[in-house]
Design a protein around this ligand. Structure first.
Ligand SMILES: [Fe+2]
Length: 183
């Protein structure tokens, strides 16, 4: 199950939340949307973009209507990918974007770290979870040492997802995805 762990800036656990409603409310107070979606039909790992979009059409249309996203794509990664470490490292340092970072986990898992005020909100996302990180929020993402996920990405601005790094080393002080996954 997805969960939320709140840390201080040096890696002490302040709170661990496991109930969807509680997580969603806590994140909503921070301007972060967290939802759980259900597919209209079971999808296999090999399902292509068209099939994925069809299975979640209602939620996708609602979200596009609400946020005005201009495009979406479906990305996936497995532990066999020879570039997995390189890809993992790309998102592992604290950064911001001028666009929302919006993901829906069709399969697998990934962990978002949101650095808001003096806390780090660690959101372990799994299959069925939708999360929107507001523009300009300091954050990083860890897909873990054995990345396994398929996700829909939504975009508002072309290239709005390009990372602006903060040069902070805070991401080294908070446990990695592999550790968060087993909490
Ligand atoms: Fe990001």
């Amino acid at each position: 199950m997805s969960h939320l762990v709140v840390y201080d800036e040096v890696g002490n656990v302040l709170e661990l939340l496991k109930e969807y409603e509680t997580i969603s409310k806590k994140l909503s107070d921070l301007g972060v949307r967290f939802e759980r979606w259900k597919a209209d039909n079971e999808l296999s790992w090999d399902a292509g973009q068209e099939e994925v979009v069809k299975a979640y059409k209602e939620d996708i249309d609602r979200i596009i209507g609400e946020f005005g996203f201009k495009s979406l794509d479906v990305v996936s990664l497995t532990p066999e990918n020879p570039k997995k470490d390189e890809l993992r490292n790309m998102f592992l340092k604290e950064h911001t974007h001028s666009d929302f970072e919006v993901r829906f986990f069709v399969d697998g898992s990934g962990t978002f770290y949101l650095h808001i005020d003096d806390k780090v909100y660690v959101v372990f996302c799994e299959k069925g979870d939708f999360i929107s990180v507001p523009a300009n929020t300091k954050h990083w993402f860890d897909m873990g040492s054995k990345p396994f996920f398929k996700a829909i990405r939504f975009f508002l601005i072309p290239d709005g997802w390009v990372a602006q790094f903060t040069d902070s080393d805070i991401s080294t002080k908070i446990p990695e995805h592999d550790e968060i996954a087993i909490l």
